[in-house]
Design a protein around this ligand. Structure first.
Ligand SMILES: O=P(O)(O)OC[C@H]1O[C@H](O[C@H]2O[C@H](CO)[C@@H](O)[C@H](O)[C@H]2O)[C@H](O)[C@@H](O)[C@@H]1O
Length: 419
């Protein structure tokens, strides 16, 4: 299911219709924020337009304007724009404001074609993958431009008093991502362990408030690695959830995708057998293909093989994590929806007196950070892997070790021993 989302891990460039960024109408609203967000994530930008002196472009420092109109039926300017930016069509997103432009590019093999504007029916009929009313509706890595870049998010430990005041507003429900959040990133997923101090703190937290781990890993894998019986656990990015009192949930789309996942596992293993460093990790409802240890020049090959296999299998879609391409059931379900499900189970949805807190490090965690944005607290764990990307988080910590320290203070607070 296509979303109007530019994913910086697979979309290396965005080609925007100059009529949109230069225009004054509703369709162009949010153009400056979008370009800024893309720039911060190192996504290249070309404006395919005859409009060279757009004030939006000058402000954002974008330099990729082409002297060609993208509004007509000729795909040439779009293809040329991708070429000049040094990306293949599949790595580029086209953002077009008129049906003729959508029609022109639809057979060009572009990664995503987003139609923008009031002519929604015509944009769909012309072949857009997804249609939105304005540029502000296009997200970057699942986050709406206008959300803050990570560098502007305050540090939770430095602002402890303010952070603690938010938590004191009600009963804390704490959910954390695992890799890159509770545990530091390592080369081999099977060798990653939860730091001893963090486990102690989680045990303490679980005594005082509902808490859990929401992971992309297989449910049994993350549960075994954390090993605290009083926690909730979600595996396969929330397609499977288990509670401390034996509550269980499995998304029906996960069951429906099992055959395709088996087939994908077979094809991926066969196709990438000759690529040194690839690690294939089958979860119950997902297939992760890690390329952290693959030679840099081969990473694109790995991703395109996984994408091709995912495209070929009806029940699967591809998602990116930190140096991992994952095949997951093709439905609109993610950590955000899993978190909402869990909060509902706990009776914390819409109820006064609960403060849901979510902590994560990756783009795949932003859906959950979005859920706690209003009425909860979101914390992002910084990493240098995705540039100064936008995030929905209210606060940040420097890394998993600092998170351990923060959780220690939270445990004191919810346990009643904090100042
Ligand atoms: O949602 P998470 O709990 O963060 O899980 C996301 C993926 O995490 C793991 O991969 C990541 O961590 C590995 C170990 O540090 C690292 O080698 C890899 O590059 C990262 O992408 C896990 O292995 C995946 O299955 C999860 O989907």
């Amino acid at each position: 299911m296509a979303r109007a989302d530019v994913d910086p891990r697979r979309h290396r460039a965005v080609l925007v219709d100059g009529g949109l960024v230069g225009g004054r109408g509703r369709a162009g609203e949010g153009g400056a924020d979008l370009i800024e967000a893309l720039r911060r994530c190192d996504v290249r930008i070309a404006v395919v337009s005859a409009v060279r002196d757009s004030p939006v472009l000058e402000r954002s420092g974008t330099t990729g304007a082409l002297d060609a109109s993208g509004a007509g039926p000729d795909p040439g300017p779009w293809v040329e724009a991708a070429r000049r930016l040094g990306v293949s069509a599949v790595e580029a997103v086209v953002v077009a404001g008129v049906p003729a432009a959508v029609e022109a590019v639809r057979a060009g093999g572009f990664g995503l074609v987003v139609g923008v504007g009031g002519e929604q029916d015509r944009l769909w009929r012309a072949g857009a993958d997804v249609v939105v009313g304005a540029l502000r509706e296009i997200s970057v890595g699942g986050v709406q431009p206008g959300a803050r870049p990570m560098s502007e998010v305050p540090d939770a430990l430095e602002r402890w008093d303010e952070f603690a005041a938010r938590l004191r507003r009600g009963r804390v429900v704490l959910l954390c991502d695992f890799d890159g959040t509770l545990a530091p990133i390592g080369d081999v997923p099977g060798e990653v362990a939860l730091p001893v101090r963090t486990r102690e703190v989680l045990e303490e937290l679980a005594r005082h408030c509902p808490a859990g781990v929401l992971s992309g890993r297989d449910l049994d894998d993350v549960r075994g690695r954390v090993g605290i019986g009083e926690l909730w656990y979600a595996g396969s990015h929330g397609f499977e959830i288990a509670g401390p009192a034996e509550q269980v949930f499995a998304h029906p789309a996960g069951e429906a995708a099992l055959g395709d996942l088996d087939e994908a596992q077979r094809r991926v293993s066969e196709s990438l057998a000759g690529v040194p460093g690839v690690l294939v990790d089958r979860k119950r409802f997902g297939l992760a293909v890690h390329y952290r240890m693959v030679e840099a020049g081969m990473a694109d090959h790995v991703v395109s093989v996984v994408r091709g296999i995912g495209d070929d299998l009806a029940h699967l879609k591809m998602k990116h994590g930190r140096l991992v391409a994952e095949l997951l059931p093709d439905v609109d379900w993610h950590k955000g929806r899993a978190l909402s499900w869990l909060l509902e189970e706990l009776g914390a949805v819409g109820a006064e007196g609960f403060v849901p807190v979510f902590v994560g490090d990756d783009f795949t965690d932003e859906d959950a950070l979005r859920v706690v944005r209003d009425g909860g607290v979101g914390v992002v764990v910084r990493s240098g892997e995705h540039g100064d990307r936008p995030t929905w988080a209210h606060y940040a910590v420097a890394g998993p070790e600092s998170l351990g320290a923060l959780l220690g203070r939270v445990a004191e607070l919810v346990g009643g021993s904090a100042r």
